[in-house]
Structure formats: C-alpha cells, structure tokens
Design a protein around this ligand. Structure first.
Ligand SMILES: [Zn+2]
Length: 269
C-alpha cells in the first residue's frame, strides 16, 4: 500500500486508477474513495517535506573536511540547479541567524560587477556559503588579492574561482580603449587579454561578440596566472594542495557556467 502511494507521486491518473482496480481485487473491504483519500493525504505529506525551506549552513567541520574538488562540485551542482530552475528553497533569515557568530564559506568567487552574474544566484548558494569579490572585468588588484588571502588562508575556503561572462561591457570597453575617470585604469588591466585574443582571433573587431567573449576567456586565464604570480600566500596554498584555483565563463543568455577544468590547478584528492 505505502509502496503504491509513493509511486503515485510519479505516475499519472490513469496508472493510479489501474492500480486501484487491482487493489479492489485484494482489499474488497476498503472503498476506492478511502484508498484515494489515504493516498492523497500521504502524497501531501511527501510534497510538504519536499518544499520544506532549507535552513542548513556551512559549519567548521563541513568546511574542514571538504576538498577543493568537492567545493568545486558544489558550485557545479548549484549552477545545474539554477539552469534547471530547481534552486533550493532557502530560509535566508534562519541562515543569517545561524551564521551570525561565525562563517565557514567553501570558496572565494571573483566575478564581474555585471548585474547578470551574481555568484550566489547562479551557483545557488545561501548565506555563509561563499565569499564573493566583484569588480568590473573580474580583474585582480592588491585589495582583491588581500581579500582572497583572508578568505582562504585565514577563513579556510578551499577554492578560488575566477568567473568571467559573455557580453562583458568591460571587455568591449578595453578593446575600444575607452577612457572615463577611474574606469580607464580598470580597462587597462584587461588590455593584455585583448592583445592575447587578437593573436588567437581572425578579427579585431570590438563589435564582434565572439571576439569579445574570447577576450573574456583569455582575461580569466590571465587573472588566474596573475593571482598566483602576485600572491605568494595564495600560490603556496595552491602548491601545498590546500586550495584549488579554477576559471570559468558564464553564458548570460542561458546561465550556464562552463569551468575550464583542463586549465585548473586542483589537488587530486
Ligand atoms: Zn562584465
């Protein structure tokens, strides 16, 4: 009986009716209406359990036992949920309360200022799950590096993820050598990626979307190298296998984040 009820969550009305007819043969003393009522009640309980808000948060023990690969997998799984519109139903206020006295995030994500690229959303993460550094063009600088050192060396995050995206205005701005106040300096930091993409691409047309996306990918790879070159603290953590570093690109039209697994540095275990 319970077996049948469980399955009615996954089968249609006709199949349920068919099974009920079969049950009539065995349970002659039980009316079809009573069976249906029982099944609906238990189905409601199952559905209620499935929609219970998620209140769990990262703890010190979860974080300390997590490998960089597992932290990466959490981001990949979260992005899969986002893409499939199956994001967790979170009780964010409860999570805020649960993390008020301490936090144990699993990763540091460096992403663009772009309004379409919020890491907590596209990786379906809750409060206290990830550190996020955001800046136009997901570039690095002394302050970003210091923040990453804090997030990993001092706070125990296991992964650095540099995530660029398609249709990035900062890439196009750098390609066009745009100048505006402090933005000029930001765009200059991206320019080595423009030069790199120019070698790889057939076009240097800054209005060509494919070319701009190539610049964005080269910029991610360049920033990953710069992080290691400019921060001995982070480079040592990577060499010791305590953290991993990976790059990726978000397609803003689909939400899909493609990680560059072959360009990552991840400990094997
Ligand atoms: Zn951008």
């Amino acid at each position: 009986m319970l077996f049948l009820v469980g399955f009615t969550n996954y089968i249609g009305y006709d199949e349920t009716n068919f099974l009920l007819k079969g049950l009539d043969m065995k349970y002659k003393g039980i009316s079809k209406l009573a069976l249906l009522t029982c099944m609906l009640a238990l189905t409601s309980v199952t559905l209620a359990q499935n929609t219970q808000p998620h209140t769990g948060v990262m703890t010190a023990s979860i974080q300390s036992e997590m490998t960089p690969q597992q932290a990466l997998q959490r981001l990949k799984d979260g992005n899969q949920r986002f893409v499939e519109s199956k994001m967790k139903n979170r009780d964010l206020l409860t999570q805020a309360s649960a993390t008020a006295s301490s936090q144990h995030p699993i990763a540091v994500v460096l992403s663009c200022l772009d309004s379409r690229t919020s890491p907590e959303i596209i990786f379906d993460q809750g409060i206290g799950d990830i550190f996020v550094a955001r800046i136009a063009g997901n570039i690095q600088n002394d302050d970003i590096l210091g923040s990453m050192e804090f997030g990993t060396k001092l706070m125990g995050a296991k992964l650095i993820a540099v995530v660029g995206h398609t249709s990035c205005g900062a890439m196009r701005g750098s390609c066009e050598k745009a100048q505006l106040g402090h933005l000029t300096g930001v765009l200059q930091k991206i320019y080595p990626a423009v030069q790199q993409a120019a070698k790889e691409s057939k076009t240097k047309d800054c209005t060509n979307a494919t070319y701009i996306d190539q610049i964005a990918k080269d910029n991610v790879l360049l920033v990953m190298k710069q992080i290691r070159m400019r921060s001995p603290v982070l480079d040592n953590l990577i060499k010791e296998g305590k953290i991993g570093i990976i790059g990726g690109m978000q397609d803003v039209s689909t939400g899909v984040v493609t990680f560059f697994d072959d360009q990552s540095i991840m400990p094997k275990s």
